[in-house]
Design a protein around this ligand. Structure first.
Ligand code: PMP
Length: 405
């Protein structure tokens, strides 16, 4: 009898998934050589599952700024900003983020996960309602669990269902906060934000959008889905992460709401953890500037997304109707999906495997994320490997056309 016996079923599943080769949930890189290349078990692989949308992890200016910061300010802050104080860079980055999004206030957290935890557990409390899209990221659900608001879910990306749920709450006291994501991370689909914003307006609710996967990807200036949908004025809180298009680690919230700064002494995931180290702040500021100034990155990202999505669709694979940097291939069978994932890795393509129940459609997904840093040749190599592997393992749908490479 062990205290960990309760994980026997999980251990069994985990070990079974890894029994046919590599374990997709514990990949160890020997080396990362660039934003798009690495080595796993001595094999060179194209990185096609890293959320490194703009490819800025190796940006020369970001690295220079980061090195300068570590040399002049040290390796870490060794405490929380509330207890140990903020460094100049924390405040500057908050100022940069607020300016980028055209908001009055910005607050930086140590991860995007903590940004959701910190906001959702604090801005709504006892007597308030939190209305979540049913496909919300774990950090949104966990933020809800950490707080005391009543949690209601509405059907994924369904503004009518949201309307119904809010109408039932009419007349109840307390604030209502609706939470959606810009691009959903599993299937790459985009929230119907214009319709959701109209519902929010009519029902007098607040709206928070998690732009983790859409910042730097959508919108004329890269501000995300709210910008692309033309509804920024309806979005009360934007949360996001530095760990995707900004190529570092950390999270944030920006808002125009009056009195925002009180959250700094109310939000436990902000208060009771160490603040981001100077090197991270420095590369994030540099990446944000590049994101804002270099529109060509977004164009390349978009071209690559279309190239991969179109290529996989032509093979007859189920990639879904949305074209975004997240391109997921839905397969029927978990065993086949695990074998495909392994064969792709052996063929030099690293991407993510997502298994039910953690997938929105209860089917396994081979999840790719493209980067502005991928060359067209790398995308084509990935498509070619997909063609070979899915044909060899019988994973192509029956109606798929025969394409020879
Ligand atoms: N929100 C969403 C929608 C995400 O997909 C993620 C990370 N996958 C996060 C928040 C958390 O971000 P971080 O990696 O910075 O903790």
């Amino acid at each position: 009898m062990s205290i960990l016996d309760k994980f026997e079923q999980l251990r069994h599943t985990f070990e079974r998934v890894g029994s046919g080769g590599h374990n997709p949930f514990s990949v160890a890189f020997d080396r990362i050589d660039s934003a798009t290349e690495g080595v796993v078990d001595g094999r060179r692989v194209i990185l096609l599952g890293t959320n490194n949308y703009l490819g800025l992890t190796f940006d020369a200016h970001g690295i220079e700024e980061s090195v300068r910061a570590v040399q002049t300010q040290g390796t870490g802050t060794t405490g929380s900003r509330v207890a140990n104080g903020s460094y100049a860079g924390h405040r500057q980055l908050e100022h940069d983020l607020a300016a980028f999004f055209g908001r009055r206030h910005g607050m930086v957290f140590s991860t995007g996960y903590q940004a959701n935890l910190g906001m959702l557990s604090t801005v709504v409390g006892r007597g308030d309602h939190l209305i979540l899209d049913s496909d919300s990221h774990a950090s949104i659900y966990d933020g809800a669990r950490l707080g005391h608001a009543e949690v209601i879910r509405f059907r994924h990306s369904d503004p009518e269902d949201l309307y119904k749920r809010l109408r039932r709450l009419q007349g109840t006291p307390g604030s209502k906060l609706v939470v959606v994501e810009g691009i959903y991370s599993m299937l790459g689909d985009v929230a119907p934000l214009r319709e959701i914003a109209a519902v929010k307006r009519e029902m007098g609710a607040y709206l928070m959008v998690d732009e983790a996967h859409s910042m730097g990807v959508l919108g004329e200036h890269g501000r995300g889905l709210a910008e692309a949908a033309g509804v920024e004025a309806d979005v009360d809180f934007i949360v996001g992460t530095f760990s995707k298009s900004l190529g570092s680690v950390g999270g944030f919230c920006v808002s125009d709401i009056e009195g925002f700064d009180i959250l700094r002494v109310a939000s436990r995931p902000y208060m009771f953890t160490a603040s981001l180290p100077p090197a991270v702040i420095a590369s994030t500021r540099s990446a944000l500037q590049r994101l804002a100034e270099d529109k060509a990155l977004r164009t390349r990202l978009n071209d690559n997304a279309h190239r991969l999505h179109g290529g996989l669709q032509r093979l007859g694979l189920h990639v879904g109707p949305h074209v975004s940097p997240v391109v997921s291939v839905e397969l029927e069978d978990v065993e086949v999906a695990v074998r495909c994932w392994n064969a792709l890795l052996d063929g030099g393509i690293y991407l993510n495997l997502a298994l039910p129940p953690a997938t929105p459609t209860s089917r396994p997904l081979l999840r790719a994320s493209v980067s502005a840093a991928h060359s067209p040749q790398q995308i084509d190599a990935a498509i070619e490997q997909f063609a070979r592997v899915t044909r060899e393992l019988g994973a192509l749908p029956a109606e798929a056309p025969q394409i020879d490479f």
